[in-house]
Design a protein around this ligand. Sequence first.
Ligand SMILES: NC(=O)c1ccc[n+]([C@@H]2O[C@H](COP(=O)([O-])OP(=O)(O)OC[C@H]3O[C@@H](n4cnc5c(N)ncnc54)[C@H](O)[C@@H]3O)[C@@H](O)[C@H]2O)c1
Length: 388
Amino acid sequence: MRTPGKEKIRMGMVGGGEGAFIGAVHRHAAALDGQIELVCGAFSRDAGNNQRTGEDLCLDPARVYSSWQDLLQQEAALPAEKRMQLLVVVTPNQLHVPISRAAIAAGFHVFCEKPAGVTLAETQQLAVELIASNVLYGLAHTYLGYPMVWQAKELVQNGTLGTIRKIFVEYPQGWLTDDLESSQNKQASWRTDPAQAGASGCMADIGTHAFGMAEFISGQHITELCAELKSHVPGRRLDDDGAALFRTDGGASGVLMASQICAGEENALKIRIYGDKGGLEWHQMEPNTLVVKPHGAPVQVLRAGAGQPGLGAEASRRCRLPAGHPEGYLEAMGNLYRDFASAIRAGERGTPTGVPGIKAGMRGMAFIETVSSSQHSNEKWLSVPAID
Ligand SMILES: NC(=O)c1ccc[n+]([C@@H]2O[C@H](COP(=O)([O-])OP(=O)(O)OC[C@H]3O[C@@H](n4cnc5c(N)ncnc54)[C@H](O)[C@@H]3O)[C@@H](O)[C@H]2O)c1
């Protein structure tokens, strides 16, 4: 029996139809803690796909809508106790801001995939509207839900590494080594189409993850950069590879690399940060291990797990299982959902505690625009627009 007064949070989804990637990840992750229930969706522009997806998910057919506009309008007209509360946006990038703005205007909380949009200007407009609203907006930077990423942040914050001097962050993938977009691969097609992905391919898709992680763990902002982007596959319309040297407002320097043509690589996101007292290293594909390298002392290996020694409060509360039972990508996304659900119940507004929000979204867009400008500029260093 449900505790009186405590109901599941009602979630809707735009995108994530049959054959899509990240929508299913969101559904699994949202269900992990039993706090959230999917009640409606507009999963695809293809009517058959949309209907089949709704059937597979055992949804009420009346709440499987033919468009996201229809979804917002009809859900808003339902009684408050039935109506969706949180909308998840898992479409290609060009729809992120239009859907998020309309959802916020209709009074729904939004959890949107990254990047926040296709231009910095449109995400700034979204931020203005969010501030004037009563709702929450979260950005699905999945990797910022991992316990050991929070532990790394704590090691920087508590001075274990000393003054931060150097940041290396890289995200190599290999799946766009070939011209997949010509063979009707859905994920490749929109990611290499400027009308759907925006001004950048690889940097918008995964460079933003690397950028967000470097800023999140270091607690510093990247203020200047010098980038080169490249498209290696003949005929490809957007970058599939790139790198940037950067400087931070805390006096550190760094290198960011993102590439989708590193044949054989999977999702090899990796970060190393060095201060004057020591360094740390974390790999997304081995997410339960954090290597700490004190200067002049033996290397330490910290491991995720409920009750593990050596972990701070933020990392510990993101571990669900005893050490040695691997937790990964779904649980990391689940941690963002758990915090989002708590923020809704607590009546928070703006950015949910523990979840990246619109500022992270605008910073990501500022990064994408600056690396794209740098590619075409003869100036060595370009400033990344400040977001306050
Ligand atoms: N956080 C992460 O780790 C992560 C990982 C992968 C993708 N993403 C992001 O998620 C988003 C989706 O990526 P994906 O790989 O799942 O793409 P995908 O092509 O697999 O899925 C996109 C879905 O959106 C649907 N769609 C498109 N237009 C629509 C519309 N007007 N109405 C309803 N549905 C519509 C498509 O039918 C499809 O189901 C992108 O913005 C991407 O950057 C994030």
